[in-house]
Design a protein around this ligand. Sequence first.
Ligand code: ADE
Ligand code: ZN
Length: 334
Amino acid sequence: MICETLPLIDLHRHLDGNIRPDTIWDLAQQNGIDLPVEHFNDFIPHVRIQDKASDLMEFLVKLDWGVNVLSSLEDCKRVAFENVEDLSLAGIDYAELRFSPYYMAMKHNLPTADVVAAVIEGVKQGCEEFGVKANLIGILSRTFGLEKCQHELDSLLVHKDHLVAIDLAGDELGKPANLFEDQFKQVANAGLNVTIHAGEAAGPESVWHAIKLLKAQRIGHGVKSYEDKHLLDYLAENNITLETCLTSNYQTGTIDRISDHPIHTFLEHGVKVCLNTDDPAVEGIELKHEYTLAKQQLGLTTQQLQDIQLNALNAAFISDSEKQTLLTEKSAKI
Ligand code: ADE
Ligand code: ZN
């Protein structure tokens, strides 16, 4: 399914949506945190979607135990480090790992800027240990409102030299993009790239807002873009890549079946898409599975899958020379 001579890249992957269930269990014991069940096997349904959720917000509840057990900066560093090990285990060559520092800090009142530093350190150590490349994207969790997002942004900007972009995630329906225009002006002033979750829980107007008001260069999901032909043309003409996450879209109820995903419409319109995981531990999948789904359930051809691998490389928030290095290193490995 994967072209072995091209780098395998995950551009949409939440570090705080990929905390291993056994690490959550371990940290709960270590930190004296009560869990709702006595046996590990009974715990899995609390942290992993069983088939699907009814909507995005029900899906997102499954991420809560992962962050609720983070009682120290050392815990944050551990889950960041393990996220890089997971990349290596999944055969991923380069990833952009995103995280919401306020969400990670919230339960135990950790200093948010220090959480950012701990994640940076854990990822750095992981990259050295496992020989994987990764960059970080900071998230503003819109669910918690404007004030918390400003605090989150301030904390992220302290460490802006260690980030490649800022994202807006969480409750898309309840907290529309237009509320965050001022924050994304600050992001632009800081010289960071922008990717925005849009067209997942809400419709194509949300994607327009992400692009026009927040200056998104990539869109997380963008599923509902298929409803607006003018938007499809705009995405294609402006080379705005959709970070597609098939299993996630099914599990959040954004689509009813994988085979309903509008990826063919996107490809026919010349809209660039790439394949990604979103929250792998919560979904119980890895990136290669998403390529398998694209082939087996959506009938994508080998050529289309190769193009998608290249789309991820092209859309990555790294320099042209770093892209070239990823390409040449991969072909040298064969
Ligand atoms: N945070 C983690 N996964 C998300 C998703 N699919 N949509 C919005 N926010 C998220
Ligand atoms: Zn996401």
